[in-house]
Ligand binder design. Sequence first.
Ligand SMILES: NC(=O)c1ccc[n+]([C@@H]2O[C@H](COP(=O)([O-])OP(=O)(O)OC[C@H]3O[C@@H](n4cnc5c(N)ncnc54)[C@H](O)[C@@H]3O)[C@@H](O)[C@H]2O)c1
Length: 313
Amino acid sequence: MRILVTGGAGFIGSHVVDAYVAAGHEVAVLDNFSTGNEANLNPAAETHRVDLRDQPGVERVIAGFRPEIVNHHAAQSEVPKSVADPGYDAHVNIVGGLNVLKSSTDNGVKKVIFISTGGALYGEPDVVPAGEDHPVRPLSPYGTSKFSFEQYLGTFKRTFGLEFTVLRYANIYGPRQDFYAEEGRVVAIFASRMLARKPVTVDGDGEQSRDMLHVGDAATANLAALERGSGGIYHVSSGIPVTVNDLFRKLALLTDYTSSPKHGPRRKGDVYRIALDNSRARRDLGWEPRVDLEEGLSLTVDYFREQVSRAPA
Ligand SMILES: NC(=O)c1ccc[n+]([C@@H]2O[C@H](COP(=O)([O-])OP(=O)(O)OC[C@H]3O[C@@H](n4cnc5c(N)ncnc54)[C@H](O)[C@@H]3O)[C@@H](O)[C@H]2O)c1
C-alpha cells in the first residue's frame, strides 16, 4: 500500500514508518521537523518538509504521492504548550488536521488513521481501566483539540465516505523519545538522568499512576489498523496502571542508580490514577501488547546508554 505518515520524523511516527517499510509498504513522510529529527528518518521513505498549516503544501504532497492510507501522527503534542497557547494548538491539531482531511477526500485516500490520546481525554477517570466510552472531559486544550478532530472524522466519513480509525494512545515510551514529548516522557527523563548520575525529581508523592506502552507495541497497532477497525476508536495501551515510584525503582535497578529521588510539587492538571482498557483493540484489531514493562524499560535504558556513550564529552 502507499501510505503517508504525517509526523514520521517524530518519536512514535518514525517507528510506525519503520514498521510499514518493513512490511513492504511504500511510505512517504510529511513533517515540519518542529520536534521531529532527521536521524529518525527511514531512508526508504520519501520525505516532505511541510507544515500542516500550509494548505497548498499539504495538498501538493497528497496529490503528488496519492496515498491509499494517511496515518496522521503530526501534532502539537505537549499539554503545557496547549495551556500556554491554545490558539497555536488548535491551528496545528484542528486546522492543520483539516488540511489533511480535505486533501485526502480530494485525492482518493481510502482511510485516515488518526492518533488521538487516551491520557488527556477523560480527566480523572471514574473507573480504572477506563473504556473508550468513558465520558470525555479534557483538562487541557490539547485533549479538546484531539477530541474535536475525532468528531471531524465522523463528519468526513458521513459526508464524503472517508474511512477512519482512531487510536487513542496511552503513555508511549521507548527509543527516540526526547524529553520535550509530553506524555510518557517520564521514562526518558528518569532513564537519561539516572545514567548521567544526575538528581531525579518525582512530581508529588509519586503514587500517581500511568498506563505505559512500549513504542514497538504502538507500531504494531498501526499495522493492524491498515486492514481493520474502520469507523472504530481504540485504546492502544497496556491496561495496567503503574506508579511513578514503581517506574523510578525499576529504572534505578536497571541503571545502578542509588540516589533517592527529590519530590517536587504535584503538577497542576495532572490526572492522578489512570489506565486504559484495551479489550476493544484486542477484539477488533487482533492486536495485543507484546512488550512487558520490564523488557520495555530495559530496551529503553539500552538505547539511552548508547546515546550517552555517543554524546561528545
Ligand atoms: N508520546 C505519547 O505518549 C503520546 C500519547 C498520546 C498521543 N500521542 C500522539 O502521538 C503523536 C506523535 O507524538 P510523539 O510523542 O511521537 O511526538 P513528537 O513530537 O516526537 O512527534 C510529532 C511530530 O509531528 C511533527 N509536527 C509537529 N507540528 C507539525 C506541523 N505543524 N506540521 C508538520 N509536522 C508537525 C513534529 O516535527 C514531530 O515529528 C502525536 O499526535 C501525539 O499527540 C503521543
